[in-house]
Design a protein around this ligand. Structure first.
Ligand code: IMP
Ligand code: MG
Length: 183
């Protein structure tokens, strides 16, 4: 879906499809250099990360198995609750693995800080985070995120995997949702 096709629902396009593609190429080159010769596992956090995982994994010039975990922290609201629920666990044993968590967005950071603690207790060799988007001013906990695509303002965004009430995930760009849609 293109932004022009749902213009009335969006107040601003923040990051375009092209900008995302360029950024992911850049991050993929960095990751490949940092993990050369290592046993890298990509872990996507569903559902939001499915698009960034598909594009990032294909941009990555090295072998890396992919696993997914599904957690939910929002429901149909636009504010983080901090309550994390596992809906689908990993299939992979993390012992000895270099884990790179691939996330769509870091908002309050609550979901990731919970996940990082959870993964550490499973014996991963190392754990790093790649996030396409980050809202620095919304942080409630500090997350050491080694690979960040774009820092964005504290606004509710949709597209490129990100939803509002399960809609807009298939929008190609990242855009600010117009307030009339959720108020
Ligand atoms: P956090 O726990 O507040 O960092 O938020 C984590 C999750 O909330 C993300 O993985 C997203 O699924 C969702 N989320 C946070 N901000 C947004 C947004 O602006 N639009 C859509 N989903 C969001
Ligand atoms: Mg969501």
């Amino acid at each position: 879906m293109r932004a022009a096709e749902i213009q009335d629902d969006l107040s601003e396009i923040l990051v375009t499809e092209e900008q995302i593609r360029e950024k992911l190429d850049e991050l993929a080159a960095r990751v490949a250099a940092d993990y050369a010769g290592k046993d890298l596992l990509l872990v996507g956090v569903l559902k939001g990360a499915f698009v960034v995982m598909a594009d990032f994994a294909r941009a990555l010039p090295m072998h890396a198995p992919i696993d997914f975990m599904a957690v939910s922290s929002y429901g149909a609201s636009t504010k983080s609750s901090g309550v994390v629920q596992i809906r689908k666990d990993l299939d992979t044993d993390l012992h000895g693995k270099h884990v790179l968590i691939v996330e769509d967005i870091i908002d309050s950071g609550l979901t990731l800080s919970w996940l990082l603690e959870n993964f550490e207790s499973r014996g991963a060799e190392s754990i790093e985070v790649l996030a396409l988007l980050r809202k620095p001013e919304a942080a409630k906990v500090h997350i050491d995120c080694k690979y960040v695509g774009f820092d964005i303002p504290t606004e509710f965004v949709v597209g490129y995997g990100l939803d509002y009430a399960e809609r807009y995930r298939n929008l190609r760009d990242v855009a600010v949702l117009a307030p009339h849609v959720y108020s």
